[in-house]
Design a protein around this ligand. Structure first.
Ligand SMILES: [Mg+2]
Length: 333
């Protein structure tokens, strides 16, 4: 029987049906000591994740699993930040002039919303980002797939430098001079994508100007079909574009720009140049920036979610990224 829903771990994933070193203790499947270490579940339904605070005994869930109604994975508790973050916070506080910090927006600084305009931005986020920016001597940048004007609406008060639309927009002049002109998506591409979106009520088109984003969060099973249709359009129209998969979205992006090219642009300028770049992100597009950060002697910090699911990501969710920012901000006082 196919599982209608599944539970995803917060920190680590352990499938109860597969014996592992984590829960072999004494050979008891109903290991009560291990069970009481659980604090809740992530419930995956229709491609969305909801945290359910632990309120029932694991044996009840196992009963449901045995009945074939759900696939159960348990959440193991980690109290406090990942050791990597505690160490990094101390290092940055000690030598803020050594580091350049970069962050994605959706899914990293704020939780993913059903619609981009429904995102919830905590009131203290901009203030904390502003303090960290000051602490780092200005070396804190935002790298997002959103149009810049949207991000500035949410955290503009922090006065951060930022790149939007996967490296197409910047709120500062580029080192090569000027800003790249924002190319509008070709009209024939827009027309074809509108047809696809109109044929499936669960699809939604977000026209960002140079980038077209098709959301399929309401119909997660249709992601593969959507991707194939968009690929066919790009091939048929011989466009200089590529597809980038995101969390329940597929974006059609002009070739030659990415979050990686955006990070490289930051790193060519003062005060970023010569510092250790640290990029925080939750999605496939952020991997381009992770790679560039790594080439420059830095690293990426993954936020767990629909894309990164190893169970050992430094951040379990966007709230922990904000905690990290707040911890750094506390050192700036
Ligand atoms: Mg993201």
């Amino acid at each position: 029987m196919s599982a209608p829903c599944s539970y995803r771990s917060h920190q680590r994933t352990v499938d109860h049906r597969v014996p592992t070193a984590d829960h072999r203790g004494g050979g008891r499947r109903g290991n009560r000591a291990a069970d009481t270490a659980l604090s809740g579940y992530w419930v995956e339904a229709r491609g969305r994740y909801l945290r359910v605070v632990f309120a029932v005994q694991v044996w009840i869930e196992r009963g449901r699993e045995a009945a074939g109604r759900c696939r159960v994975r348990r959440m193991l508790v980690r109290s406090g930040p990942h050791p990597v973050l505690a160490e990094l916070t101390a290092q940055i506080a000690a030598r803020p002039d050594r580091y350049a910090l970069f962050s994605d927006f959706d899914g990293t600084l704020v939780e993913i919303a059903e619609r981009p305009e429904e995102v919830m931005v905590p009131v203290d986020l901009a203030a904390n980002l502003g303090r960290v920016r000051q602490m780092l001597g200005g070396a804190l940048g935002i790298i997002t797939g959103r149009p810049l004007r949207q991000v500035e609406e949410y955290i503009g008060a922090a006065g951060l430098e930022a790149s939007g639309l996967h490296g197409i927009e910047f709120n500062f002049p580029l080192t090569a001079g000027g800003s790249p002109a924002t190319r509008e998506a070709p009209h024939d591409l827009i027309a074809e994508v509108v047809k696809i979106v109109a044929a499936e009520p669960g699809f939604r088109l977000e026209n960002k100007g140079a980038i077209l984003t098709v959301h399929f969060r309401q119909v997660p099973a249709a992601g593969g079909r959507l991707r194939a249709a968009l690929e066919e359009i790009i091939d048929r129209l011989k466009l200089d574009h590529h597809l980038k998969d995101g969390r329940a979205v597929i974006e059609i992006i002009p070739n030659g720009t990415s979050k990686g090219t955006a990070l490289a642009e930051f790193m060519r300028r003062t005060p970023y140049a010569g510092r250790v770049p640290v990029m925080m992100g939750d999605d496939k597009a952020d991997e381009d920036a992770f790679a560039v950060a790594q080439e420059a002697g830095g690293f990426g910090l993954k936020v767990a979610g629909e894309h990164f699911r190893s169970g050992d990501e430094p951040f379990r969710h966007a709230g922990e990224v904000r905690d990290f920012i707040a911890a750094l901000a506390a050192h700036s006082r």
